[in-house]
Design a protein around this ligand. Structure first.
Ligand SMILES: [Zn+2]
Ligand SMILES: [Zn+2]
Length: 678
């Protein structure tokens, strides 16, 4: 390389020799003006230190990342106008790339601050990072912003965007920038400059039009690239999070590269809100949480309890079919036991505090494992008895901080579909495969087509954090990997994420809105068998320690139910629906026939409900439809005469009249196959 040119390596493998000082925008334009038009920023990786893909993470929105220069050798996002000074890999980040969204949102925060200063010049600026859903900017102003002010800010932002002002970096000696901010009373900006730059530094300031802000960037090339922006709401925040400091006004907003993307985003949020299990739980009368009893404790109402019964029946039957034994263990056990298990040491913070009885102290169980272990230990085991598989729908209680509970998803009391498998090392792989099969069956049966799998392993560099021998760990990780490979399941290995007691496989299901939920887990344990001195007599007549696997597939019945409610928006498939069939007699003279139909349906195993009220037929149909009842059968003279029913389905509406026998055959088939079709 000569001193005048540098080589720029592009993702397709092409290498361009360009003069020092060439910008990514010039390179983009040389490739194609269309590429330049959709590029937002560039990712540079200095060639001396090309990292692996894994380390090549996205930038964070933390203050540190916003203001400080960071590690010069690390990959970083830069403005398209940044002059290139050294050999580098360069990737152009386009509007469609996920990383670009943060850039446009942070740029929109500058646009918001520009608008606020133009409207309310007395305002002092804090900072304006991008967030998961958009961005915010913190402002200090004595008068509170009103709803009208927010509307005016949004309108002014549109003007700033229409002016299409370029984002330009200006650099200033640090002392000069500090003096300027201090003179202007910009105490927050002065703080950030003082904290994140050093004496003698040149400080980078971003200008658009007459607005100047201190930050590290990067930004979109000009304000006009922020195509869609919305001011959302206002919240209070203390400067530096300290309530002794001035109170700031934090204005939230969101931004996109197009109005269409923004519309999709709000539609998605609306869909999420409509499916909120807390809302549907109330509308459909499924469950409640009652302050008088305590937060995070679930009351299952008859309809919710019916769904739970169907879920639990399925789970228990499957456990039996798959060679598990069902057990029950106590909810409270002596504190001594939790000392042996180690929970008193490493898990006490998540447990309810001890209660003192006349003979000893007791604690509510946060896990079922010690109970199952006591059953295992209660009689001698030989290799012929293994594997032993104990399953329990066990209620556990865990302390969650008040204020952190969330509907069915985060609770203080819940039911694990828990099982513990005790086996010989040689049986591990088959047992793990059986657990994976079972997990897949759960997800499929309950209507989740897609899931992601993660294998959490240890970090051998951090050896002292982990219980069990190296040999055990390597064997366990190997058997989990082999099991996943034998099943042909793609998985992501996450180093250092294992529990201290063993590696694990986590299943994350993908719901109908594309959200990921962590539910099923299969975990190895080298710790508890040692702590409880578990044994079996091997073929060699010697005593050996069994291997132990914890596994939960729903995870928590409560949480799984919450996910199901949102996944189906409360419209449960026929086999799960609490009321499967709603019966609507057209008038009083059809009550006798509808009672007869109900009896026949119930004899066939259906859950049916008759509406014998005085309302009109259409009102009754509407009531059942509001309850998301899968089938509604209407019965009048014609139906009574022909021993028929007029069928309406939740999805397709009026299906016309059919003989009751034909309806029974069809709907029974849907239940038997646990169809998600209806
Ligand atoms: Zn910025
Ligand atoms: Zn366990």
């Amino acid at each position: 390389m000569s001193s005048q040119t540098i080589s720029v390596h592009l993702p397709d493998g092409a290498i361009r020799e360009v003069p020092v000082g060439t910008t990514p925008l010039e390179i983009a334009n040389a490739i194609s003006p269309r590429l330049a038009a959709v590029s937002v920023v560039a990712r540079l990786t200095p060639l001396a230190t090309v990292p692996t893909a894994e380390e090549n993470g996205a930038e964070t929105a933390s203050d540190e990342a916003m203001y400080s220069a960071g590690d010069a050798a690390a990959p970083r996002l830069v403005d398209l106008s940044t002059p290139l000074r050294e050999d580098t890999q360069l990737a152009l980040i386009r509007e469609s790339d996920p990383e670009a969204l943060k850039v446009v949102r942070h740029s929109a925060a500058h646009v918001m601050a520009t608008a606020v200063l133009e409207l309310f010049p007395e305002t002092k600026l804090g900072h304006g990072p991008a967030t998961e859903q958009g961005f915010f900017y913190d402002f200090y102003r004595e008068k509170a912003f009103t709803a009208d002010d927010l509307a005016a800010i949004e309108a002014k932002m549109a003007e700033v965007i229409a002016r299409d002002e370029k984002f330009v970096v200006e650099s200033q000696p640090r002392e000069q920038a500090l003096a300027q901010f201090e003179r202007d009373g910009d105490f927050m900006k002065a703080h950030f400059v003082a904290k994140f730059t050093h004496e003698g530094d040149q400080v980078g300031l971003y200008r658009n039009g007459s607005f100047v802000d201190f930050c590290r960037g990067p930004h979109v090339p000009s304000t006009g690239r922020v195509k869609a922006v919305k001011v959302l709401n206002l919240a209070g925040a203390y400067w530096l999070g300290d309530e002794k400091n001035p109170q700031l006004q934090r204005i939230y907003g969101t931004a996109f590269f197009s109005q269409k993307e923004m519309d999709t985003h709000f539609k998605h949020l609306e869909e999420i809100a409509k499916r909120d299990h807390r809302l549907l739980g109330k509308q459909l009368d499924l469950f409640s949480i009652q302050e008088v009893a305590g937060s995070g404790l679930i009351f299952w109402h008859p309809k919710g309890a019916m769904i739970r019964k169907v879920m639990e029946d399925w789970m228990r039957d499957e456990c039996l079919r798959r060679g598990y034994s069902l057990v029950y263990t106590p909810h409270v056990m002596r504190r001594e036991l939790w000392k042996i298990s180690g929970h008193e040491g490493f898990y006490a913070g998540n447990m309810y505090t001890p209660m003192e009885l006349d003979d000893a102290e007791y604690r509510l169980k946060p896990m079922n494992c010690p109970g199952h272990i006591l059953i295992y230990k209660n009689s001698p085991k030989s290799y012929r008895d293994l594997p032993v598989r104990y399953a329990e729908l066990g209620n556990v209680y865990r302390y969650e901080r008040s204020g952190t509970m969330h509907g069915l998803l985060r609770v203080r009391g819940f039911t694990q579909d828990d099982a513990h498998i005790f086996c010989t090392p040689g049986q591990i792989e088959d047992e793990v495969i059986a657990c994976i099969d079972f997990a897949e069956a759960v997800l499929k049966t309950f209507g989740f087509a897609e899931f992601k799998v993660e294998l959490s392993t240890w970090d051998p560099a951090d050896r002292k954090t982990y219980a069990g021998s190296d040999e055990n760990w390597l064997a366990a990780i190997g058997s989990l990997e082999r099991a996943l490979n034998r099943k042909g399941i793609p998985f992501k290995t996450i180093k250092g994420e294992a529990a201290f007691y063993g590696p694990k496989i986590d299943f994350k299901l993908v719901d109908v809105l594309g959200r990921l939920w962590q539910l099923s887990t299969v975990q190895f344990d080298f710790n508890l068998p040692a702590r409880f001195e578990l044994e079996y007599v091997g073929e060699d007549g010697e005593r050996h320690q069994p291997v132990m696997v914890h596994r939960a597939l729903f995870g928590s019945v409560e949480r799984f139910f919450g996910v199901l409610i949102e996944h189906y928006a409360g419209a449960f498939p026929l086999w799960l629906a609490p009321v499967q069939i709603g019966l609507v007699p057209i008038s009083e003279r059809h009550h006798a026939y509808s009672a007869q139909v109900k009896a026949e349906l119930e004899a066939a195993g259906f859950r049916a409900e008759v509406d014998n009220g005085n309302e009109k037929m259409n009102a009754k149909i509407r009531d059942f439809a509001n309850q998301k009842t899968p089938y509604i059968l209407v019965m009048g003279d014609k139906e009574a005469e022909a021993h028929a029913v007029s069928v309406r389905t939740r999805a397709k509406g009026d299906q016309g009249s059919m003989p009751l026998a034909a309806f029974l055959e069809k709907s029974l088939e849907l239940v038997k196959t646990r169809s998600t079709e209806l």
